[in-house]
Unconditional design. Sequence first.
Length: 122
Amino acid sequence: MRTEAQTDERSTLPVITSDMTDAELDKIVDKATVASGFLKAISHEGRLMILCHLVTGEKSVTELEDLLSARQAAVSQQLSRLRLEGLVVPRREGKAIYYRLADDRPRKMLECVYELFCKDAD
């Protein structure tokens, strides 16, 4: 029996087969649900641009507003969604709120997006 940990020789992706157990399939569906939420969160141009700016380090909401040429309400709304999905982490310092990437997943995805869509534009 093949399990989700087994892969096709040509790919690092798991091979889903008809002889997998319900528990194995449920685990794959759970992971697909998490991945779908992540992809939905980065699928908005504004959120994607915020993540691009945060790859270089922590930024305040005001800095992001300036970098994006966007209103505070719009930036805050997009940051809220990114925070909800666990992609960014806020830090308060006085009246200012700073954001940084929560982990390395957004950076890895942005590297892939850059390679596929942006590299030739340089």
